[in-house]
Design a protein around this ligand. Structure first.
Ligand code: GEK
Length: 248
């Protein structure tokens, strides 16, 4: 399956739903429309997946593991698998949502290639990370409690091989309130241009409140440095969405 082959059912979740329906959940309804939702909602999403492929070709070391943490339907897993050019690697994809894991497994089964892939239903906070030359958290850390983020990043760094790469993509907040307001506005304009209505945008925003908690770029870079990553930097920024690369 490629990005372009993924079944693209249209995301209309917040079109008819009552605004008071509750917090956002990664359930079957979301899984069914997920590729469409991500592409119409996250500026830079496709670029992040392309870069994960390019980084896999460059950084994955023979005989090591690759992790896709918060894999959803496996777009990053598929990008890694297509681009790993060294022998004896394994890819471990992990997600907490049963609907995501079920669909991810069926997408992975369709893949050709030699690198074995396991898809696990698990909480990122409970898994072991060992001998990893590549770890991806593509728009996932933002859903974990802020207080637990430092220990997750430290465990990732500890489980990585020397010279391994960590890709961290996130929605971020800006320190400057005026810039923050502008970036939110530009993001909403991006969504309107992708055929979401104002009502859908505002309902989704309410549903994500206290579920998706963005931090500043400075906070992410400081945390990576404190966790012991030798190098880190933003390689992609589109409005209030970034992708950071860190090297152990
Ligand atoms: C992509 N990376 O297409 N443990 C495991 N999974 C979790 C946890 C947790 N504690 N919390 C949330 N998730 C994908 C996109 S989506 C991004 C990632 C978005 C999972 C959750 O179930 C969902 O599948 C994923 O993280 C976030 O590149 O929806 O904006």
């Amino acid at each position: 399956m490629s990005r372009n082959d993924q079944k693209m059912s249209k995301d209309e979740i917040f079109k008819d739903t009552d605004a008071e329906a509750g917090s956002f959940e990664f359930n079957k309804t979301v899984a069914d429309v997920f590729p469409d939702m991500l592409r119409r909602s996250i500026p830079g999403y496709d670029a992040s997946i392309d870069a994960i492929g390019a980084l896999a070709a460059r950084y994955v070391q023979p005989g090591t593991r690759c992790y896709d943490l918060g894999c959803s339907l496996g777009a990053a897993t598929i990008a890694m698998r297509r681009n790993i050019s060294v022998p004896d690697c394994e890819i471990h994809a992990v997600d907490l949502a049963p609907a995501m894991v079920q669909r991810c497994r069926s997408e992975v089964e369709k893949l050709e290639g030699t690198t074995p892939v396991s898809v696990s239903l698990a909480d990122i906070r409970d898994i072991d990370i060992n001998h990893a030359s590549m770890v991806v958290m593509n728009y996932t850390l933002q859903f974990l409690p802020v207080a637990e983020r430092v220990s997750i990043i430290s465990r990732i760094r500890e489980g990585m091989t020397e010279g391994g790469v960590f890709v961290l993509s996130e929605k971020v907040a800006d320190e400057d309130p005026a810039v923050e307001a502008l970036l939110i506005d530009l993001h909403h304009e991006f969504k309107r241009s992708n055929a979401y209505t104002d009502l859908e945008i505002s309902r989704k925003r309410t549903a994500l409140e206290n579920v998706l908690i963005p931090e500043t770029i400075a906070t992410h870079l400081e945390r990576l440095s404190e966790a012991g990553f030798a190098h880190s930097g933003v390689w992609l920024k589109h409005f209030n969405f970034v992708s950071i690369v860190a090297i152990r």
